[in-house]
Design a protein. Structure first.
Length: 285
């Protein structure tokens, strides 16, 4: 059987008891290592699990999944995913490949950014579509996320924005110089995301993510060093949230007073927070 096992958000101890039992008896244990990271390295996982862990990068998962599924029809194979296997990043493609090979599967869930974002004080049922923000380049500045943000804003819903992670990405410039194949890992920060959103707003001018839009930045949720900062996009474009992973929430206009009171405690400037709240008509719709 192929097991997709969620690891939670922090370290080696966040795995569930069910997940740990599977890991300890599995024939092989893979760690998906390109859509998110834990706060500990592979060595910590191996020491705690008592098992060798095979790093599964994008190439292995997307191009050589046959290696992962080998013998999974007769043996237990564990595929570990940071957070929840079917949360922010779904692995239904791997499940479909297993199904096509008549390999039984089971998913063991865990906490993910999709639920931990409630640490901001914003209610989960008041969130709309989740967006993804990629690193802009001089040649590529995608803005398809902006249209979905407009839809969420029209309904007064909060918007969770997941930020780009580049791990073992092809470095074309290095290849051209024949000095390497992959670039250094990069993790988008809240400040970078905020600046890119303001940049697109200046082009589109729909008023959904201007400098005075209220947002919440989060970093390392579920860990001892988690950080939450709220304020305007302009303020968070200058904030330092520290080490990865980061995410951002655009606050919806239907924001309840209780949500407001909770999130306001994290404000860069409560005076600015209150001014933006009043000027932009939050708490209405």
């Amino acid at each position: 059987m192929l097991y997709l096992i969620g690891l939670g958000l922090n370290n080696e101890k966040d795995i569930t008891v069910n997940g740990l039992e599977v890991v300890q008896r599995a024939e092989r244990v893979y760690l998906e290592a390109y859509t998110a990271i834990l706060m500990v390295g592979k060595d910590k996982l191996e020491a705690f699990y008592g098992r060798d862990v095979i790093i599964a990068d994008r190439e292995l998962v997307e191009s050589s999944s046959g290696q992962i599924l080998l013998d999974a029809d007769t043996k237990d194979i564990a595929f570990l995913v940071v957070g929840d296997p079917l949360g922010a990043t779904t692995h239904t493609d791997l499940l479909l490949r297993a199904r096509n090979l008549s390999i039984p599967t089971r998913t063991i869930h865990n906490a993910s950014i999709m639920t931990a974002i409630a640490s901001t004080g914003l209610q989960l049922y008041s969130f709309g579509q989740t967006l993804s923000m990629v690193f802009f380049t001089p040649e590529w500045r995608p803005s398809s996320w902006y249209d979905r943000l407009i839809e969420n804003a029209a309904l007064g819903l909060h918007t969770l924005v997941l930020l780009d992670i580049k791990v073992k990405e092809m470095d074309l410039h290095a290849l051209a110089r024949r000095v390497g194949k992959y670039g250094k890992p990069r993790f988008m920060t809240v400040a970078e995301c905020a600046r890119q959103m303001i940049e697109i707003e200046e082009e589109r001018e729909e008023g959904v993510c201007g400098p005075d839009t209220l947002v919440v930045g989060v970093a390392r949720l579920g860990t001892e060093t988690q950080k939450i900062v709220s304020g305007t996009l302009a303020e968070l474009a200058e904030v330092d949230m520290g080490e990865p992973l980061h995410s951002l929430v655009v606050v919806g206009k239907k924001c309840h007073e209780l949500e407001k009171d909770y999130v306001r405690e994290f404000a860069v400037s409560r005076e600015n927070w209150d001014r933006a709240w009043d000027n932009r008509g939050y708490g209405g719709l």
